[in-house]
Design a protein. Structure first.
Length: 414
């Protein structure tokens, strides 16, 4: 992976843009919670839940639509424009004094993110060659995991020196830095010149998911990943502070175990031979997640403890990363005719639709079910979704990456 960073200047600059934008997003999450408390007091949790729901709805609805609307535009314009909108929305948030203003700005911010993220992801296979693509995906996954770990600590450090509104300023600066990095990078042009219409571009990715076995399998794998991820993100604080009697530090350490498992897989996959392709590796993800959640359910019923929880959380992170890290390869290998941006936008929408369903279910399970029942339910969802993916993907022959992608990849390594 270090070799890729040294060789590919274009990818290196785009990865830097992703890292600073992710850091800003993490700071904004902390700042938004503090703003919600300032405006709503004890109802801050309701405000945050509404804001997160708005985020998911924007991701699910806006992703494919914006991919179709922007498919004929220059890539740089789409990415820089999205960053500019995000920076503007975040910069205005400290001045909001009504909840409807917060919700409107969050909707604008997340709609811009729904344009930026799939367009960014679709660029990667066009600027790195086949041999480096898994490393590029692994680095991107590491950036997400490190953001989840580092952003809260960075926010805590900044709050020692600035009021919480200063976090919004830092977030806006992060998006501005991302825009500058992208603006100064040579990127492939639009891929949509041959598209029959913008509507066809918006629907093309979804149609491909409905028609192609590997993509139908990926839709099922999204659910297999969403269930354990929602369990960890929503219910860790419930189990650590409740039955285990732990502290806030214990919550952070448990979440860190999930991230550590994910990062370990991301670091390993580029060096893992895959003679049979990515299918068996990705299908192993739900197997590992279901086994970890099932073992924790059985162990918790006998003797609950922090060590089994930490081990299970690490295994869940690893299982989710086996799927998430390699998702881009499935999309790249399936994008020969409809183009990469619509496919990445469809995946962005479908994966977040799964989170839109599993987050509230995890919240309900954390308050209404015994922990072992919640763990067993998560194991069942991952197992069923993984089994469905295996059946849908059976006998499918991957479509080779488009020639144009491979050609541009070689040029993008300069």
């Amino acid at each position: 992976m270090l070799g890729l960073l040294l060789r590919a200047r274009t990818y290196r600059r785009l990865l830097a843009a992703q890292v600073v934008a992710l850091a800003g997003t993490g700071l904004a999450t902390v700042a938004l919670g503090l703003l919600a408390f300032r405006l709503a007091g004890d109802d801050a949790s309701r405000v945050m839940a509404t804001a997160l729901t708005i985020k998911m709805v924007c991701y699910v609805v806006a992703g494919p639509l914006l991919a179709g609307l922007t498919v004929r535009l220059p890539r740089r314009a789409v990415l820089v424009g999205s960053d500019a909108v995000r920076a503007g929305a975040v910069a205005v948030l400290p001045w909001a004094d009504q909840l409807w203003q917060v919700y409107a700005l969050v909707a604008l911010l997340q709609t811009a993110s729904a344009a930026f993220t799939p367009a960014f992801q679709a660029l990667i296979p066009e600027i790195v060659d086949d041999a480096d693509y898994t490393s590029a995906l692994a680095l991107s996954r590491l950036a997400y995991d490190l953001e989840a770990v580092a952003s809260p600590a960075l926010a805590a450090a900044l709050l020692l020196a600035v009021p919480f509104s200063g976090l919004f300023v830092c977030t806006a600066a992060g998006f501005a830095a991302s825009a500058l990095l992208v603006a100064g990078t040579r990127l492939p042009g639009s891929t949509g010149r041959g598209s029959p219409s913008r509507l066809a571009g918006a629907l093309g990715g979804m149609r491909a998911f409905a028609a192609r076995p590997p993509l139908r399998a990926l839709a099922a794998l999204n659910l297999a990943v969403a269930a354990p991820t929602a369990l960890v993100l929503v219910d860790t604080v419930v189990y650590v502070r409740g039955p285990l009697g732990g502290t806030d530090t214990g919550v952070a350490l448990a979440l860190g175990c999930f991230g550590a498992g994910s990062m370990a897989v991301a670091l390993t996959l580029p060096h893992l031979p895959m003679p049979a392709g990515v299918r068996p590796v990705m299908l192993a993800g739900p197997v590992l997640a279901a086994a970890a959640a099932g073992a924790l359910a059985a162990g918790w019923a006998i003797a609950p403890g922090p060590v089994p929880l930490a081990a299970a959380w690490a295994a869940l992170g690893a299982g989710c990363s086996l799927v998430a890290t390699l998702t881009g390869r499935v999309l790249r290998d399936s994008g020969a005719d409809c183009g990469l941006p619509p496919l990445f936008a469809a995946q962005f929408s479908l994966s977040h639709a799964c989170f839109l369903a599993t987050y509230p279910l995890a919240g309900w399970a954390g308050t209404q079910l015994a922990p072992e029942a919640a763990f067993a339910g998560t194991a069942a969802v991952s197992a069923v979704a993984g089994g469905a993916a295996a059946l849908l993907w059976r006998g499918a022959v991957p479509t080779p990456a488009p020639v144009a992608v491979r050609t541009r990849a070689a040029a993008g390594r300069s």
